[in-house]
Design a binder for this molecule. Structure first.
Ligand SMILES: Nc1ncnc2c1ncn2[C@@H]1O[C@H](COP(=O)(O)OP(=O)(O)O)[C@@H](O)[C@H]1O
Ligand SMILES: [Mg+2]
Length: 294
């Protein structure tokens, strides 16, 4: 059945085991994942090291096939080899190390590589390369050598390379892990804009909690299973639970939590500096009014 639904990614009871010859016991990297991602969503996936995030991501464009269970991309079962081509065009992947994703000697050639492999006609490639570089804010670097760019710029070129294949969804596996703070910001701003302005579905795997807080939704994975799935505000207000999963909460949320523990009663679900500042000035105003009243 190829029913068109609102979901672009659906996994049902997805199990994946890495097979190894020398080990008797099979370790399940994914132990029954049920996940639906809707078109246009921005979903962040977090989880401690080894929880199965990358293994899951590789199922989204059929780099890995389920040991059992199913993965459907835009209604297409990844197990059916006839779907492979269209699945790879639907979901583009961006990885951690920008250097491993550079294939050419100029930025424009690098971005053109994907559509060239898809057999896109040269005029159309030209158009796509220009547009993709514009989308990531790298047009002026078109003729530059990619290896001379900063980490953030390289990662934006890698994203442009994926965009030139016109995917409906991009999956980014810790794309900012090797970047400095300004590079991280460049990449995150780009990803956010692509989601909001171009309607591209985004799956962002990250170990930075303030990045995860940018998502419409945060999925927490632990030992190959989804253990939490909610809006960021609901996820990160459960500070103790998040800590039990060996994760952290965004800095702002942590501060709100600590303030509460020391007797300042403010909402614990603040995610941005502005929200926390508002909450604090509100609570300050209340206590000032209360002491005037005495
Ligand atoms: N190539 C591999 N061979 C065997 N086990 C692996 C391989 N890659 C990952 N694993 C194991 O699978 C589990 C999940 O790994 P991974 O998906 O990379 O987690 P994450 O991306 O969340 O850090 C871990 O226990 C890891 O050791
Ligand atoms: Mg990983």
């Amino acid at each position: 059945m190829n029913r068109v639904s609102d979901e672009i990614i659906i996994t049902e009871n997805l199990v994946y085991s890495y097979s190894s010859e020398d080990q008797e016991i099979e370790m399940q990297a994914l132990a029954g994942v049920n996940l639906s991602i809707a078109r246009g969503e921005f979903v962040a996936i977090i989880g401690r090291n080894g929880s199965g995030k990358s293994t899951l991501a590789k199922h989204f464009n059929a780099l890995f096939l389920p040991t059992s269970g199913t993965v459907r991309i835009n209604g297409m079962d990844t197990q059916d080899p006839r779907n492979l081509w269209r699945i790879r065009q639907t979901v583009g992947m961006v990885f951690q190390n920008p250097d491993n994703q550079i294939v050419s000697t100029t930025v424009e050639e690098d971005v053109a590589f994907g559509p060239e492999n898809l057999g896109v006609p040269p005029d159309e490639i030209r158009r796509r390369v220009n547009l993709a570089l514009e989308w990531v804010g790298m047009s002026e670097y078109m003729r530059h050598a990619p290896h001379l760019l900063s980490g953030g710029q390289k990662q934006r070129v890698a994203i442009a390379g994926v965009l030139a294949m016109r995917p409906k969804c991009i999956v980014l596996d810790e794309p900012t892990a090797m970047l400095d703070p300004s590079g991280r910001r460049e990449v995150l701003d780009t990803v956010k804009r692509l989601n909001k302005e171009e309607g591209i579905t985004v799956v962002l795997i990250t170990h930075f909690m303030d990045e995860a807080a940018l998502g419409d939704r945060v999925v927490v994975i632990d030992q190959g299973k989804i253990v939490m799935d909610d809006v960021p505000r609901k996820i990160f207000s459960q500070v103790e639970l998040i800590r039990q999963l060996h994760l952290d909460v965004p800095q702002v949320t942590r501060l709100a939590h600590e303030l509460n523990k020391s007797g300042v009663t403010i909402p614990e679900d603040a995610l941005t500096v502005e929200e926390l500042a508002d909450a604090l000035s509100g609570s300050y105003r209340e206590s000032a009014v209360a002491s005037y009243g005495e």
